[in-house]
Design a binder for this molecule. Structure first.
Ligand SMILES: [Zn+2]
Length: 158
C-alpha cells in the first residue's frame, strides 16, 4: 500500500513563491465569499497547499470557491482556539478516523493545525469539483483557470 502523507511539506501560512501572507490576507478573503462564488476566475483560484486527501480516495488540490461552498455548510469549520471565532480549513487529509486539518481564523488570520478530520469533507469537496467541472465540459484532471491567490487578494482589496 502506498505511503500516505497527511501533512504538507510547507505550512499553509507561508509559501515562498508568494508575495503575500495568507495569515494577513485570509480575513479579507472572508469578507468577499459571495463575490468569489460568482466570479469563475476567483472561484477556481487555488490557495497555497489547499488540498484534501483521503487514504482510500487520493489527494487533490481544492479551489477556493469549493472550500467556500463547504464552509457555508459548516464543513471544514471549527472554533478558533485563540479567539473563538470561526476557523476555516484549507487543508484536510486523513484515513478513516485519523487525520488533520489546517487553515486560518476568519477574524484574525491566525493559522491553525489540528486533528479534526472527517472523510465526509473529502467526499463533499470531490463531488463539488466533479459536478462543476462536468457542467463546464471538463472531463480530464485539469481545473478551469483561476487567478493566482496573490492577484486575487490585490483585486478584492480594491
Ligand atoms: Zn481566531
Amino acid at each position: 500500500m502506498k505511503q500516505f502523507r497527511a501533512v504538507p511539506k510547507v505550512t499553509p501560512a507561508f509559501d515562498p513563491s508568494l508575495k503575500i501572507s495568507m495569515e494577513s490576507s485570509f480575513p479579507i478573503l472572508c469578507k468577499h465569499f459571495d463575490l468569489i462564488l460568482i466570479s469563475p476566475k476567483l472561484f477556481w483560484s487555488i490557495p497555497p497547499n489547499s488540498r484534501t486527501g483521503f487514504s482510500f480516495g487520493g489527494s487533490f488540490e481544492v479551489p477556493l470557491g469549493i472550500w467556500i461552498l463547504a464552509w457555508k455548510r459548516g464543513i471544514g469549520v471549527n472554533p478558533c482556539i485563540q479567539c473563538g471565532g470561526k476557523a476555516f480549513a484549507l487543508y484536510s487529509a486523513g484515513a478513516m478516523s485519523l487525520g488533520t486539518s489546517q487553515g486560518f481564523c476568519s477574524e484574525y488570520g491566525k493559522a491553525f493545525h489540528n486533528k479534526s478530520w472527517s472523510p465526509g469533507t473529502w467526499v463533499f469537496l470531490r463531488k463539488e469539483i466533479d459536478e462543476r467541472k462536468k457542467a463546464l465540459g471538463i472531463v480530464d484532471r485539469t481545473y478551469p483557470e483561476g487567478l493566482r491567490i496573490s492577484d486575487l487578494v490585490e483585486l478584492i482589496k480594491g
